[in-house]
Design a protein around this ligand. Sequence first.
Ligand code: COA
Ligand code: MG
Length: 283
Amino acid sequence: MAVRAMLYVPGNSESKLAKLVSFADQPIILDLEDSVPTDAKARARELVAASLSPDLVHSVRINGYASGHWFDDLDAVVQPGLRSIILPKAESASALEEVDSTIARFELERELAPGSVRLIAVIETARGMTQLTELAHVTPRLERFCFGGGDFALDLGLTWPESEPNPTVLAAKAQLVLVSRSAGLLAPEDGAYPAYRDSEGLEREALLARRMGFVSKHAIHPGQIEIIERVFSPSEVELTRARRIIEAFERAEHLGSAAIGLDGELIDYPVVLRARQVIDGAN
Ligand code: COA
Ligand code: MG
């Protein structure tokens, strides 16, 4: 199954918002947070609200709970055409609960199906990491986590981006993958790679994130989309290998064996089930 990469569009940029119609089926995150200066927040809210429509379904990154803007953001954008709310700097279960119940209230008032607006929590602080398990269980509206590299580096005083993966960042990202799976959330998405002309760096970071169990990565520039979608989609080689495993195993099982060799590798139930996941695009 082909993977889609969501593209951030600054909510105060009339010229970039004007391009949305030409991006037709591109999944978009309309941004009200860090790409919008404080004195442009109100204007961005209006522009983003006007960019949502039932035939152009997008997500919106609101401002974080501590910002004082999140309620007005939700008030402006919970309407038909809103796919999901991206909540940055998620780090407290009670704050997430309040955001969730506010979305629920606006859904009800605006005759949207309860729970139809999905929620993605961005983990990008040390506190968010330590509260991960609590956050994961706050609400069934929570679809998945996203890891935010820039703010995480800021919070911990790390360099970002780096050509060599940072062990602290990798440990945090691994935790995100594990807690997501254990809580029954969809696998996490990786946040944006800031050096938007550095295709190699993007590909390297995306490949590592994929190996770690992330299923996509956010984009900040249209030029990043193709690389991200290619890296996170199963390759022809992977699909062919998965098909061969399934075929060989089905033949063997028919003949009474559940452990066979294929090209010098043991094929047994977990290997076959994983091959089916690859074919189904599951993770
Ligand atoms: N959304 C929509 N269009 C975009 C875009 C984006 N995120 N990034 C670039 N473009 C468009 C540009 O407007 C330009 O269009 P044009 O040729 O019609 O003028 C074209 O793509 C090429 O852009 P380019 O000149 O290479 O980059 P830029 O200098 O215009 O923009 C950034 C560079 C980083 C400012 C821009 O990509 C951006 O704003 N990204 C999103 C930032 C963001 O949302 N941050 C928050 C999430 S971390
Ligand atoms: Mg951030």
